[in-house]
Design a protein around this ligand. Structure first.
Ligand code: PAF
Length: 288
């Protein structure tokens, strides 16, 4: 069957309600388009776990700060539709910003504590934009499951919290980071990495590898400070600008003093002074 393309929020909700009435299981994969292998892995997971898969393509103005890359954010609508169709997606939801945020729109969904540090500190208002748009997408598509990438580690924690707090009847599924052959985490923003910047960007994955090696060698009693210092060094050597490096509990996002079984190293680095990349990984490698 041909993949449907819907722009109107009202029509989207109408279709979702019709599918629900038929007893079909719906999966949502929310994206801002410019699809890459990471997104495709989310779609594959959705296709395996639902009868109908909706992919939203919406560059959400509400989650970009005034000096961020909203206007420049890469857009490739037809390519995205072709890629999604090949994965077996049933419907693309691609609303206009004017329909998602009509004149007079005045509601914000805000998750308080989890949004304080990390990307929330560097990008004020960003997670309010994410929580608000994801709430709207969940209301419009009424999915049984929604699949998000684990690369956006803080985003995933924020969304899980919001879904719990507001009783959304949806199961949130996190899907592992997909990496290029040399370890760079897939991101739509990798498109901005020209020439030397592409090599510099490897400092994120190198920091993760270095941290995992430190922990694997030492076992549990590694101070978070040791990991953070090693990360600072790796990023500086590559010529990147470290925005943050934190060792946090994977659920609460609280900073940890020592690496434990649920510790995650999360980092954000600006490459070439302009391209902001994030990455993360669990630090305690379970020996098999
Ligand atoms: O992760 C993203 O691409 C966006 O933050 C999301 C979840 C689609 C909301 O706009």
């Amino acid at each position: 069957m041909e993949m449907k393309i819907i722009k109107s929020p009202a029509e989207m909700q109408h279709q979702a309600i019709a599918w629900k009435r038929e007893g079909l299981k719906i999966a949502l994969v929310p994206t801002m388009g410019c699809l890459h292998a990471g997104h495709l892995s989310l779609m594959r997971k959705a296709v395996q776990n639902a009868d109908k898969v909706i992919v939203s393509l919406f560059v959400n103005p509400m989650q970009f700060g005034p000096n961020e890359d909203f206007a420049a954010y890469p857009r490739q609508f037809q390519i995205d539709c072709d890629l999604a169709e090949k994965e077996g997606v049933h419907l693309i939801f691609c609303p206009d910003a004017k329909e998602m945020y009509p004149e007079g729109f005045q509601t914000t969904v805000s998750v308080k504590t989890l949004t304080q540090g990390m990307c929330g500190a560097d990008r004020p208002g960003h997670f309010d934009g994410v929580a608000t748009v994801v709430s709207k997408l969940l209301h419009l598509t009424i999915p049984d499951i929604a699949v998000f990438g684990e690369k956006d580690f803080q985003q995933l924690a924020v969304i899980r919290q919001m879904v719990r707090d507001l009783h959304f009847p949806v199961t949130i599924i996190g899907s592992p980071i997909v990496r290029e052959a040399d370890g760079l985490a897939m991101s739509s923003r990798n498109k901005y990495l020209a020439g030397e910047m592409r090599t510099q960007a490897l400092c994120l994955y190198r920091s993760i590898q270095a941290a995992q090696q430190i922990v694997a060698r030492a076992g549990h009693d590694v101070a978070a400070g040791t990991i953070i210092e090693a990360t600072k060094k790796t990023v500086a050597e590559a010529g990147g600008k470290l925005e943050y490096a934190v060792v946090v509990d994977e659920h609460s996002l609280q900073a940890e003093t020592f690496v434990g079984s649920s510790s995650v190293l999360a980092i954000a680095v600006k490459i070439g002074g302009v391209v902001r990349l994030i990455d993360n990984a669990k630090l305690f490698i379970v020996k098999k």
